[in-house]
Design a protein around this ligand. Sequence first.
Ligand code: FES
Length: 159
Amino acid sequence: MLDESYYQVADEIVDRYGKKPSSLIPIMQDIQEVYRYLPGELLSYVAKQIGVKEAKAYSVATFYENFSFEEKGKYVIKVCDGTACHVRKSAPILEALFKELGLSKKKHTTDDMLFTVETVSCLGACGLAPTMMVNEEVHPKMTPEKAIALIEELRGEGR
Ligand code: FES
């Protein structure tokens, strides 16, 4: 059950784009920007408001990779595992992060909701491989040691 404030935020966003089916994608984008994920209950609520069938709203949201129904941590770390990064040893970076944070390919987010770790196929900065991204910021030429140091720094900021 979501807190009432989520619905208020959704109402404001719906007002911004208007109660029409074509507002669906921008509304979903804004909701995800606020919460870093798209709560399913909120998607159903919004779909009803703008006259889109719930099933249709879900199929649009699942079609676009960018939308996530899973709640994410304060820091979303994307480790690039594209070819250039893989060749330059991105896998040990991912393993080091998983180990440090107690995460795995099945468990993406820490229980304290501070970190989410995911892989991505290319961050578009292959010349700086191996790369990783923390929220909107790209970190070039990473090593497992640099990744752990960054986690420690973020832990300090996140508390
Ligand atoms: S493959 Fe990693 S940035 Fe392109």
